[in-house]
Design a protein around this ligand. Structure first.
Ligand SMILES: O=C(O)CCC(=O)C(=O)O
Ligand SMILES: [Fe+2]
Length: 304
């Protein structure tokens, strides 16, 4: 990764006072947010530490910051609220800039090719799954061996931003409470996160394509996940045909207790840019749609 000192100076953005993603300053390295630091940074596969400003590079299009400037503090406040409710997931609305996602989505639509996979035993009772295009796959090629590298390329800046926000969320979600600190259980090593599986999913209103019903991610091999809601496809057809607005969708979680009968059901009507952070083995589902298409980027992480 390039260091802050090596990065080219960021050009001044055009002022746009009504867009809260566009910063009215001369710099894209926002001192209040560490996430800008990861925009467009290279993304070698393997365990990465992503918790400093050091990879700062200006985004390709400086008028489109990738994440919202208040994200770090929103995650911190959100985790606090969730921990009080004993919950291990968090949804942050518009964490990723919907305008940025709009700018790359035509390429996503052009490159997306669903890949047929067969799960042993099935996830959420589905054995044959052909709604997703895989960008990165687990060692050993589960569930498929042919990641779509051009699509990966288009989404790399987004994935790097997701890594940074995930590690920030994870560290706080797993920070010890006061009693644990008093027992000396303080972790000094930064968490290292590795994307072990990354894919884009397109849901449709057709039977078996409309949802991913109640499940946990990764059968014990995954320490946490990110789900990023992608734009509604406004490029392949008229919006009234393509949109699922008013016809289901979103995410539901069952959380708040390790005891299933005591878990609360929490629903989010997610829209483009919304990010869900999911801790290990938290039950959740992509809710069914009855019209249009719905797109999501999903990342499974291993944490060390
Ligand atoms: O598509 C979504 O919104 C969530 C999907 C999900 O939970 C998964 O693929 O594991
Ligand atoms: Fe999931």
């Amino acid at each position: 990764m390039a260091s802050l000192a090596e990065a080219a100076p960021a050009p001044a953005p055009a002022p746009a006072p009504n867009d809260r993603y566009i910063k009215p300053t001369h710099s894209y390295v926002d001192p209040t947010s560490q996430y800008h630091a990861f925009v467009n940074s290279p993304s070698p596969k393997g365990h990465q530490t992503v918790s400093s400003y050091e990879a700062a590079q200006p985004p390709a299009d400086p008028s489109l910051p990738l994440v919202k400037p208040s994200l770090a503090s929103e995650i911190s406040k959100g985790v606090l609220r969730k921990k009080l409710a004993k919950m291990r997931h968090l949804c942050v609305p518009r964490a990723v800039n919907p305008a940025y996602l709009d700018s790359i989505f035509p390429q996503v639509l052009r490159l997306f090719q669903p890949q047929a996979v067969r799960y042993n035993g099935g996830v959420a009772n589905v054995r044959d799954w052909r709604l997703s295009c895989y960008l990165e796959v687990m060692d050993g090629g589960v569930p498929c061996t042919n990641p779509h590298l051009p699509l990966l390329d288009v989404l790399l800046p987004t994935l790097d931003a997701c890594d940074a926000m995930f590690v920030h969320w994870y560290a706080q979600q797993h920070a010890c409470n006061r009693a644990a600190l008093e027992r000396g259980e303080r972790r000094t090593e930064p968490y290292k996160v590795k994307r072990v599986m990354t894919f884009v999913t397109r849901y449709t209103a057709y039977p078996n394509e409309s949802a991913l019903l109640k499940h946990v991610d990764g059968a014990g091999k995954v320490d946490g996940s990110v789900v990023l809601a992608l734009p509604t496809d406004r490029w392949s057809g008229p919006p009234e045909e393509m949109s699922f607005e008013g016809h289901g969708g979103g995410l539901t979680f069952w959380d708040g207790s390790p005891v299933p009968s005591k878990q609360q059901e929490v629903h989010y009507d997610t829209r483009s840019g919304d990010v869900g952070f999911i801790d290990k083995a938290v039950w959740h589902q992509a809710d069914p749609i009855t019209k249009g298409t719905r797109w999501a980027l999903v990342i499974f992480y291993e944490v060390k």
